[in-house]
Design a protein around this ligand. Structure first.
Ligand code: T46
Length: 137
């Protein structure tokens, strides 16, 4: 499964924390888009899709949430709850986010602009694409 947990260097001191996300240092792709998810309810599930080509890195800069990750053969759950830790998700990985804490702010860096055509939002279509080896990753 094309995923990786990346631990960022903390530059915090007695004034507070600071983490820098930098191309060619701790981000493994050219950043073309940044978005963030907030005001989520604890009983909702988001995601429920895979990407054909998009590479992303997510950081729970505040609070926590759970990621279910699935490459069609294996499933894995990861809880993001640390502002100095990122989750890289490559193409061909189904993701579902749940158990958002009330204060959760999820920052996402992406290697391309928004393109609905890059999404596979139907789980059976995702499995078919994996079996037909149509996905990058
Ligand atoms: C992902 C997870 C982690 C835009 O117009 N521009 C954007 O850049 C994005 C990300 C979304 N949208 C629109 C599309 C939908 O009408 O915002 C609405 C909500 O998007 P979506 O239902 O895809 O949101 P999530 O939280 O289910 O998924 C998002 C990303 O879309 C996805 O790439 O991996 O966060």
């Amino acid at each position: 499964m094309e995923i990786e947990i990346i631990d960022f260097q903390k530059h915090g001191d007695d004034r507070g924390g600071l983490v820098s996300l930098e191309l060619n240092n701790n981000i493994p792709f050219d950043i073309k888009r940044v978005y963030y998810i907030f005001d989520t309810l604890s009983d909702v599930t988001r995601g429920r899709h895979a990407h054909k080509r998009l590479r992303q890195l997510t950081v729970a800069v505040k609070g926590s949430c759970r990621f279910l990750l699935d490459d069609g053969n294996n499933k894995l759950e990861i809880v993001l709850n640390c502002a100095s830790q990122g989750l890289y998700i490559g193409p061909g990985v189904w993701r579902e986010m749940s158990d958002f804490s009330d204060d959760c702010v999820l920052l996402v860096l992406a290697d391309d602009i928004y393109d609905e055509a890059d999404y596979i939002r139907d789980y059976q279509q995702f499995l078919d694409a994996v079996n037909d080896q149509q996905l990058d990753g």
